[in-house]
Ligand binder design. Structure first.
Ligand SMILES: [Zn+2]
Length: 245
């Protein structure tokens, strides 16, 4: 049997109480965690996994949708404590996750720095420091579209937010796991921080790709779940960005 869970990790962020939503998928013998939260979220993940009735010791794989602080932050700690877990990402993001290349988010932050006023520079420096502090972690396997180690879980390349961003499609439950390709704010889907999206036209094309799947449910790492009328809502998003008439 194939099952899918959305884990709700609660925390106190800069804008008050916030929640991020990694996913957990049971596919045959495999239990797969998709994304793993900020640095220091290991206990939150362990507790959330336990609430599903599974335990961390049953996890066989982690998929990282992309290299951003909130998705990859706890990866190296999880690897240390659960060394049998295999880690997967796209080949592009693996270079950042393993620390072989500078993350585009950091390059972008550095490029924007001189355009900021003094107050903004204080925050920007802190942000850069945080990005630099992400612990590198080894990636065991690269994922690309059309190939998946798990028959129930398809890989969908959704670049834009970052160059090697991946989403997944769990076909037994007709559910898209969007990562940050789509976020939900006020019940409506949107592109994550369009002003910081590394390639906005690519991000819009990626939403178009996800809309075409026609999934009943879309799990977003930020904002939770989109179910009723998910397709219509994605089409409205595309219209707002001028992609549909
Ligand atoms: Zn994110």
């Amino acid at each position: 049997m194939s099952q899918i869970f959305s884990l709700a990790l609660k925390y106190e962020g800069q804008q008050g109480k916030q929640i991020i939503y990694p996913s957990l998928v049971k596919c045959g013998q495999d239990l797969i965690l998709i994304d793993c939260g900020y640095p220091g979220f290991l206990t939150k993940i362990e507790n959330a996994v336990q609430e599903t009735g599974f335990s961390m010791s049953e996890i066989t794989a982690i998929v990282i949708t992309h290299h951003d602080l909130d998705h990859v932050g706890s990866l190296s700690r999880i690897r240390c404590r659960y060394p049998w877990i295999k880690v997967y990402s796209s080949a592009i993001e693996a270079a950042f996750i393993e620390g072989r290349e500078r993350a585009p988010r950091l390059v972008q932050a550095e490029a924007l720095f001189e355009t900021l006023d003094e107050q903004q520079k204080v925050y920007a420096l802190e942000f850069q420091k945080t990005l630099e502090s992400i612990e590198a972690a080894k990636v065991d396997g690269f994922l690309s579209e059309g190939e998946s180690p798990w028959p129930d879980l398809l890989i969908i390349e959704t670049p834009g937010h970052t160059p090697g961003h991946l989403s997944l499609f769990h076909h037994p439950s007709n559910t898209v796991i969007a990562g940050d390709a789509v976020v939900i704010g006020d019940g409506e889907p949107d592109i994550a921080n369009p002003e910081y999206t590394l390639d906005l036209p690519a991000a819009i094309s990626s939403v178009e790709k996800l809309a075409k799947i026609g999934a009943e449910r879309i799990l977003c790492f930020h904002g939770g779940e989109l179910n009723e009328g998910a397709g219509d809502k994605l089409r409205n998003l595309l219209r707002r960005y001028g992609q549909l008439n």
